[in-house]
Design a binder for this molecule. Structure first.
Ligand code: ARG
Length: 473
């Protein structure tokens, strides 16, 4: 137990209390952010004449060595120190002597941890954005290859109207497109640097907060020192975005599970991404999709936990806020892992196009088109709806599809039907004629995939995040 405080205390902290209070076992993950913040803080202290050039150089050198040693494994982060901040400072002082003790001038662990967490969120967003982009590329590839792969579209999980696989996957592309926008907006909302807020009330040293902010990649310093150390909105926003990604992945998982079922048989999950049963030799289970669906609850849980942790906290820093990290790390790791597993599963999945097309032909998915046929021949839509309803009932009695009925049978229901009805309600025609913006018609979905390709080409990760920095200045 090596602590940063003690002057005021007459006895040592109880060992269990020390461990209960410590965060090192999880905040060690922030070592790089912590060191980055300390280096820029030291640069600023030197620029402002608060520490000497020599002290500055020793501090920078020491911090660089600590980072190196953590990364090559020669310096182990143990619970001898309460948190990562104490760990770095103590090791620095051990390495370079008294200059190390000056690093904390004009700073508190409260603004330090606020910075570390914010830097983590900003970095995590950039990584996540890359993963989402990789997934979008897989989705758009599947779309391009399946512009004419017909399948039933569902409402209430009942066959409704025919669509294409490209169209269906396009819906997921849109969800992940929104997810990318959402996380980028969080990035925009975390453009202010809390470092220099001190414990809560700033400091009497002549800090240059704009300098530290800019050199840490922010647009400027935060404008209220109390808010700076007590704000965890970005953690909650990030958890919210992670929850939304999981919600989307979970819906996708549910469909993969349904499509993979014996009854549907729309897809074949690659052997490498499915598992067997210990007792039933015939089984090939969609465990990856089920796990992704299952892990969604865990990520939502972290969002609820953080909202609840923050709800009653008076200003400014309270130790409750130490609870911000574990849930966020776990949620981020869970989403990253799920996304990577899921996208590879989709990338290697086989689509049984004939099964999909056959399924699209059953279940009267062309009933709306049959009604549209009547409308095009002058029957008011409401009447046409009723006529086709009767027709469907007849078909059910005879165990036939609409297109299996003879022209005489059709004419019994309505004299308006002619030979061209069969072309009008063919699967191809039903899909082809749907050409409104965002509809499944082949040329429309082709246009949309081209837009997606353009979007993916110009909207690259690096370009966006650099642009953000310049744009807002
Ligand atoms: N480990 C603490 C946290 O994660 C760091 C800040 C500690 N500040 C304090 N005054 N105890 O929130």
């Amino acid at each position: 137990m090596a602590q940063l405080w003690g002057g005021r205390f007459t006895k040592e902290t109880d060992r269990d209390v020390y461990l209960f209070n410590a965060s090192i076992n999880f905040d060690k993950r922030l070592y790089a952010q912590d060191i980055q913040g300390s280096m820029v803080h030291a640069d600023m202290l030197c620029k402002q004449g608060i520490i000497t050039q020599k002290e500055h150089d020793d501090i920078i050198d020491g911090l660089a060595r600590i980072k190196e040693q953590i990364e090559d494994g020669s310096l182990e982060i143990t619970d001898k120190y309460e948190d990562i901040h104490s760990f770095v400072e103590a090791n620095l002082t051990e390495m370079i002597g008294d200059a190390g003790k000056k690093l904390h001038t004009g700073r508190s662990r409260n603004d330090q941890v606020a910075l570390d967490v914010k830097l983590f969120v900003r970095g995590a967003i950039q990584n996540l954005d890359k993963d989402l982009e990789a997934f979008q590329k897989i989705l758009v590839r599947v779309m391009e290859e399946n512009l004419e792969t017909y399948m039933p579209g569902f409402t209430h999980l009942q066959k409704a109207q025919p669509v294409t696989l490209a169209h269906h996957f396009g819906a997921y592309y849109e969800m992940f497109r929104r997810d990318r926008h959402r996380i980028r907006n969080i990035f925009r909302n975390t453009q202010e640097c809390p470092l220099g807020a001190g414990a809560l009330a700033g400091t009497t040293y002549p800090l240059d907060r704009a300098y530290t902010a800019e050199n840490l990649g922010f647009l400027g310093p935060t404008l209220n020192s109390m808010d700076s150390v007590s704000d965890r909105d970005h953690v909650i926003e990030f958890l919210n975005a992670l929850s939304m990604i999981m919600m989307h992945l979970s819906r996708f998982s549910e469909e993969v599970i349904i499509w993979n079922s014996n009854e549907y048989g729309f897809i074949e999950i690659d052997d490498a991404f499915s598992t067997g049963s210990s007792i039933m030799p015939q089984k090939k289970n969609p465990d990856i999709a089920e796990l992704v669906r299952g892990k969604t609850g865990r990520v939502y849980g972290h969002l609820m936990a953080m909202l609840t942790t923050m709800k009653g906290l008076p200003l400014a820093y309270n130790k409750d806020m130490q609870e911000d990290k574990e849930g966020m790390f776990d949620a981020y790791d869970t989403v990253t892992e799920c996304l990577n597993m899921f996208m590879q599963m989709v990338d290697t999945m086989k689509f049984k196009k004939d099964v999909m097309a056959k399924s699209a032909m059953k279940g009267f998915t062309n009933a709306t088109d049959a009604a549209d046929y009547l409308v095009n021949h002058g029957v008011p839509f409401r009447d046409a709806h009723g006529i086709i309803g009767q027709l469907v009932l007849k078909c059910i009695e005879k165990d036939k599809s609409i297109e299996d009925m003879s022209l005489e049978e059709l004419k019994e229901i309505s004299p308006v039907f002619e030979e061209d009805i069969y072309d009008a309600i063919s699967l191809k025609a039903c899909v082809e004629r749907r050409l409104t913006t965002g509809a499944p018609g082949v040329s429309e979905m082709k246009r949309i995939t081209e837009l997606y390709r353009q979007d993916l080409a110009v909207d690259s990760n690096a370009a966006y995040f650099t642009f953000q920095k310049i744009d807002q200045n």
